[in-house]
Design a protein around this ligand. Sequence first.
Ligand SMILES: Cc1ncc(COP(=O)(O)O)c(C=O)c1O
Length: 388
Amino acid sequence: MNPDILTLQKINPIIKETESSPIRDMMKRMEETPDLINLASGEANFDASPELIENAVEAMKTGRNRYTSTNGTPEIRSAIASFLDVQMGVAVNPENILLTVGGMEAIYLATRLLINPGDTVLLPDPGWGIMKPITQRLGAKVRFYPLSRKKSWHINAEPILERIDDQCKLIVINSPSNPTGATITREAYAAILEKARRHGTFILSDEVYHNYLYSGEHVSALSFDALDHVIVVNSFSKTFAVTGWRLGYVIAHPWVIRQMGVYKETISLCSYSVGQWAMAQYLPRCQPYLDDARNLCRRNMEKMVERLNAIPGVKCPVPQGGIYVFPDFSEFEPSADKLFQCLLDSGVAVVPGPFFGVQGESHARIMFAASEEIIDRGLDRMEAALNA
Ligand SMILES: Cc1ncc(COP(=O)(O)O)c(C=O)c1O
């Protein structure tokens, strides 16, 4: 036998390859489609701020190319504390902050610390499809709580409260939500936190889309006195269109931060040094960029909702935040896969809804964080295909 294969046989597989996200298959089909408008990506396709890029170039030229401390430089941690104060009116101590390799590493560290095999984890449906494999691989029993759909999608307290019990270790709340743009109210968050504390349940508050808010206020889990059982995940990826920098952060109780820091030493050692230096200088000056990005996304979102709702058989709720619409195509084409292919043939890529849960059947996620010209062209193509 070929000796290479003999050696390979000694490896115990850690996952089934079929667990790979259906987005892989989609990407392959997208690569084969010329002149495609990509509204499938989970990222803004407008540019990062030139000033931020200049800061990064300067940081590289001035030797900021080495490891930083594991938790992040003192400069970036205090810049984040001030940023959160300005953006959300919350007081956070730099000791409560750990810089991570994107929000992804923050989520991995938090779930690794909290979940023991057999613990129950509550996830939203529809919700970001990646959370299920992350938590299941750690041995969690996953239960879903439904988001509710009216004119917009909402994160209601009741379905979560009903599912909290002593086995429930962790609840993931993602507001504004990927893929629905649902947000949570202050009253709902307060009720969930109160019951969660009584049952020893942690909340993982994923706030990576906090800048993209179109109605109401962003309710951060940090605005409650609850750091004993709350871990907040945030990231620069979506906020500043720098997904490739892989720079995120987590805010939690100092004990949790110390645990995560020691664990992180053996995974990534530290986060992207150049990005930390560039961001520390840029954060106090970023407001115009944040406003422009949000205003562009609001205009695109309103146009997309209006034009999609005008197509017979399409129902598009109004997202309260985030960078995606999540329309219901059940009266037009119940098969998400056929719908995906139909839109792909028209030259637009979207993500089929079932990736986001049972409630995603017959839905699709369509990203609107792009130039107005791209959104107009994408809508023209979708209208032509769906009205045909
Ligand atoms: C809800 C949500 N949380 C976290 C992330 C992680 O993003 P990143 O690792 O780029 O910060 C994503 C990315 O799509 C997301 O949609």
